[in-house]
Design a protein around this ligand. Structure first.
Ligand code: AGP
Length: 609
């Protein structure tokens, strides 16, 4: 989730573009760069790290021109570095491009272009596009971009500058967000509204499969086949601050609503088109190793540890490998026992959590192989692990982790299915059924977001409660733990999660008249058992908010209120079930007037032990 900006007009093009990038830095801050076209010369300046590094470089440079494009990067392919920073160019330097998204077929295109004599300067997927433009260029930039659109697969918001076409900027959109800002004798293109709000409130929202040609005179829009498209002007009413949050009152709510996109992006390119197998091409560990693995240690903290609990259930039930889920701060001081082929998996959104890194380094010191599941390319976990699965959730700003959790589950499902398939524990039909189930999740998560008003009402009703209990069995218990943590960390309401069957062994003593209990009942095999535990807390006067799948009205007989989730495979239900719990915590924190994005006593990345 990078930030891109483009401008053509009479203002200082450098200032407009760099100023726009500053407004988009929440989208990524691994590196930044701009390209300016002046009298047919393209000048590119870029720098690793925060935008400020680029601004330092530019401060001593005289740069002006008719048009410019810029980029602030959230690394996906290739570590944060000057070489991997955008804009990228072709061999001749005649074209410069910035890109937000993922070119799925970049490896095969790269091989083809290298065979055709192109030389690459970076590890990125994006640079492939610059060379492809050069390869296909026929003097007509517009037609060339149409041909390029036919050759690249994946998600992209792409903006191009061309030496021989100094009076135009071409932009293309597929899956990644893009808006066009409309001005008088000037026009803008950007990933998001904050970048251009200072200059105009009139925008076009680019749809999937559309492209635009920007000149000072105007903006023409087309389909990817070159057919003209009429666009409605949308008037932006937001102020600059809420614009950064995409119009949401808090980053946490924005990130909860980004989960359909985050899940889709984390699945992107990792499921074979015929659903026949998982494609984790980034993994170096081979099938032989996967077959030999005889134990797995999952190490993490907080929400990532909760994701590990779901990972354990999935990997054990599919791949039949014993999995231990370990709290990092405990693990490293305990002399862990390894079997000959123990695989260690560390999970960390930030990739910088000190406890998790210390455990990673201790495991490496003992010669063990480590796979990291992280959301940050270039983070210590990404750099120090032997293998890495990146969750493409994009930057997570709010301290309370939401979209990182759901994308960590996606990574664990993909890994579990792949290991089970390679080990012959599950057959092709089961693989197909599971992968189709995963592919349907983004849409199902969209649907779950519609439960927000119900959760908001519930949260307001219980704004003064001091204790809340979350119960569930098996996968539901793991998700209940995440729900309890979310509520605790931002609403400051004491909350605990319990295995539903465990309550009667003590905790039931805490259940009194009116105490809110959130009961997850998403697992058909355990439904009746869970209902009997709900009856136990109801008998002591609890107010029970139940959660189950659409169509299971039976639960209404036992609980006070029901949250219905779209039907999915029971083993995939955690991805849907956690969202209402995130919303409950969010609305409880708002109702209590707390600083939702920066809760007291907490930090986004805990870099001290
Ligand atoms: C979760 O909402 C918290 N921010 C916290 O528990 C977090 O999950 C934990 O600190 C681990 O962070 P990591 O995933 O970046 O390693």
């Amino acid at each position: 989730m990078c930030g891109i900006v483009g401008y053509i007009g009479a203002r200082n093009v450098k200032d407009v573009v760099v100023g726009g990038l500053a407004k988009l830095e929440y989208r990524g801050y691994d590196s930044a760069g701009i390209a300016v076209i002046d009298e047919g010369n393209i000048q590119v300046v870029k720098s690793v790290g925060r935008l400020a590094n680029l601004e330092d470089k530019l401060a001593s440079m005289e740069i002006s021109g008719q048009a410019a494009i810029g980029h602030t990067r959230w690394a996906t392919h290739g570590k944060p570095s000057d070489e991997n920073a955008h804009p990228h160019q072709d061999c001749s330097g005649r074209f410069a491009i910035v890109h937000n998204g993922i070119v799925e077929n970049y490896l095969s295109l790269r091989e083809e272009l290298i065979a055709a004599g192109h030389q690459f300067n970076s590890e990125t997927d994006t640079e492939v596009v610059a060379h492809l433009i050069e390869e296909l260029y026929n003097g007509d930039l517009f037609q060339t971009m149409i041909e390029v659109g036919k050759r690249i697969r994946g998600a992209y918001a792409l903006v191009v500058l061309a030496k021989d076409h100094p009076d135009e900027i071409i932009a293309m959109r597929k899956a990644s967000p893009m808006i066009i800002g409309l001005g008088e004798n000037e026009n803008f293109v950007a990933s998001d509204i904050p970048a251009i709000l200072e200059y105009t409130r009139d925008i076009y929202v680019m749809e999937d499969g559309e492209m635009a040609v920007l000149t000072t005179a105007g903006v023409e829009c087309f389909t990817m086949d070159g057919e003209p498209v009429h666009k409605e002007v949308y008037k932006v009413t937001w102020d600059a601050v809420s614009a950064e949050r995409g119009g949401y009152p808090h980053f946490m709510l924005k990130e909860i609503h980004e989960q359909p996109r985050a899940v889709r992006d984390t699945l992107r390119g990792r499921i074979a088109e015929d659903f026949s197998r998982v494609q984790l091409d980034e993994l170096k560990l081979d099938d032989a190793f996967m077959k030999a693995v005889d134990r797995i240690h999952i190490i993490a903290c907080g929400t990532s540890w909760h994701a590990g609990l779901v990972g354990k259930a999935v990997i054990e039930s599919y791949a039949r490998i014993p999995v231990d889920v370990e709290i990092a701060s405990e693990y490293r001081y305990r002399r862990p026992l390894f079997t000959p082929n123990t695989l260690v998996i560390v999970i960390s959104q930030s990739g910088e959590t000190a406890d998790t890194l210390a455990a990673l380094r201790e495991v490496k010191r003992q010669g063990r192989r480590v796979l990291a599941i992280t959301n940050v390319v270039g983070s210590s976990a990404e750099r120090e692990a032997d293998d890495v699965i990146i969750t493409w959730a994009g930057p997570e700003i709010a301290v309370a982790s939401t979209k990182a959790y759901t994308t960590q589950l996606i990574a664990l499902y993909l890994l579990g299915i792949k290991m089970a398939h390679v080990r012959g524990e599950i057959g092709d039909d089961k693989v197909r059924e599971l992968l189709k189930g995963l592919e349907d999740l983004p849409q199902a998560t969209e649907q779950v977001l519609d439960t927000a008003p119900q959760l908001e009402r519930f949260a307001q009703r219980y704004v003064d409660t001091m204790d809340t209990f979350f119960i569930g069995r098996s996968l539901d218990y793991s998700v209940a733990m995440e729900g309890a943590l979310k509520l605790k960390e931002i609403s400051y309401i004491h909350a605990e999660a319990y295995a539903a069957g465990e309550l009667k062994h003590g905790t039931l003593a805490l259940i009194t008249e009116g105490v809110p209990v959130i009961a997850l009942a998403t697992q058909p095999d355990l439904y009746e058992k869970t209902v009997s535990n709900i009856v136990e807390v109801k008998a002591r006067g609890a107010f029970v908010l139940g959660m189950t799948w659409i169509g299971n009205e039976d639960l209404e007989k036992t609980v006070d209120e029901v949250i219905y989730l779209p039907k999915t495979l029971p083993e995939l239900a955690p991805i849907l079930a956690v969202i209402p719990l995130q919303l409950l915590a969010y609305y409880a924190a708002v109702a209590r007037g707390n600083d939702v994005d920066k809760p007291r006593n907490l930090a986004k990345s805990v870099t001290v032990e």
